[in-house]
Design a protein around this ligand. Structure first.
Ligand code: MN
Length: 398
């Protein structure tokens, strides 16, 4: 265990009320709602397969009512016969539900906004009308045998008593859980715990939390909901989604397994592959400093860090890159030390003695400072060979 032992203090853990935890991954629905992102049918199927291999319990595969091709794609994903439940997303509108029906998905998300601001300015509906719509559409979907997640859009800006009424009437109409949508990403972990606990306690309705990352708290809020007994959290690969995106699949799963040390059935060895595949298919680059899957997660340059990691990886890593299918990279540059250079040269098949090593390091630092970047393996090799063979490296004279 290489995370903080304080995570497991009695005083900390006494606040936890974990239930049976499940993931609803919505990369294919909310993730695709990222501006400019369109997945092809083939890409969606590939992503669904990898999500299934990782052990995600439910895949929100799309919004069938959006287009005939979307409907066809969701149907194709259903036909894959994955272990995961396949969910279609719909507004609280009969035509939307009918489109999900035609895909043979086993589960459905029925969404309607509940906050006064959405009712007044967007839906132009009264609370009574919203309840009536939620009830009739839930009953209609239930009559077709769907497992139902009733979505309260903008739940986190909804009056609690109305949100609870919405959950109660939805439950009576046949909904299996309520999705609390933090549509604008405006919760903090403390209020997320509060709202989750209140809904579970007051309505006995299983809770799904759907968080957005506008303030960088999407994963923290999803975890706070799990701590408070939520059954589902929605996630997306690489945290894709509208504006700052959703809580990330990789962030939530790795935190559950590592930071909380929970015994969960997720197979994480495909996380890196899935993340890079979604990067390519979405056209949204993963920033190098991104948590869990960013290129810099396992790249070390500074002398002190490299020395530590080479001696024992857990000095500067809390999990091994190969656990998620990634690999470690040592970068040579301004912050490098002798140890890193020696190790890197050995990897490149070059033996350097101590004096040469000091000389190589000097040129490397100078070169890196001048270019404001790290060196490639070939550049390091050229400098090393020049010095070992008694030539003045080109860099040294600049
Ligand atoms: Mn969303």
């Amino acid at each position: 265990m290489f995370v903080s032992p304080y995570n497991f203090k009695k005083e900390v853990m006494k606040e936890f009320h974990f239930g049976d935890i499940k993931i609803n991954d919505t990369t294919l629905r909310d993730g695709e709602q990222t501006p400019g992102v369109v997945f092809s049918e083939e890409e969606k199927i590939h992503i669904a397969r990898l999500l299934d291999e990782i052990g995600v319990q439910q895949i929100e595969a799309g919004t069938p009512a959006m287009s005939p091709s979307e409907e066809k794609t969701v149907k194709s994903i259903v036909k894959e016969g994955l272990n995961a439940s396949i969910m279609g997303w719909s507004r609280a509108v009969k035509d939307d539900i009918d489109a999900v029906l035609r895909t043979d998905a086993d589960s459905i998300a029925i969404s309607i906004a509940t906050s006064d601001i959405h009712l007044k300015y967007k839906l132009r509906m009264t609370r009574e009308e919203v309840l009536e719509k939620a009830v009739t559409m839930t009953e209609y979907a239930k009559s077709h045998g769907f497992y139902i997640s009733l979505n309260s859009e903008d739940a986190t800006r909804t009056d609690l008593s109305f949100l609870e009424e919405f959950a109660r009437v939805g439950k009576d109409a046949g909904a299996d859980r309520i999705r609390i949508c933090d549509t604008l990403g405006v919760l903090i972990p403390a209020s997320c715990r509060y709202i989750t606990k209140r809904i579970i306690k007051d309505t006995k309705m299983p809770v799904e939390i759907h968080t957005h990352n506008d303030y960088g708290l999407a994963v923290a809020n999803a975890l706070a909901a799990f701590e408070s007994g939520a059954e589902y959290a929605s996630t997306t690969v690489n945290g894709l989604g509208e504006r700052a995106g959703n809580s990330s699949l990789e962030g939530v799963i790795m935190a559950l397994l590592k930071l909380y040390n929970l015994d969960q059935p997720f197979k994480i060895s495909k996380i890196y592959e899935l993340s890079r595949y979604v990067e390519k298919a979405s056209g949204i680059p993963i920033p190098p400093g991104r948590s869990i899957v960013g290129a810099h997660m396992f790249t070390h340059e500074s002398g002190i860090h490299v020395d530590g990691v080479l001696k024992y990886p857990f000095t500067y890593e809390s999990f091994m890159p190969d656990e998620i299918g990634a690999s470690r990279r040592i970068v040579i540059g301004k912050h490098s030390g002798k140890h890193a250079i020696w190790d890197k040269l050995k990897e490149l098949g070059i033996e350097a003695d101590k004096e040469h090593l000091i000389e190589i390091l000097k040129v490397v630092k100078k070169s890196s400072e001048r270019r404001k970047s790290a060196l490639t393996d070939n550049e390091l090799k050229a400098i090393a060979m020049d010095i070992i063979e008694g030539r003045t490296p080109a860099e040294a004279s600049k």
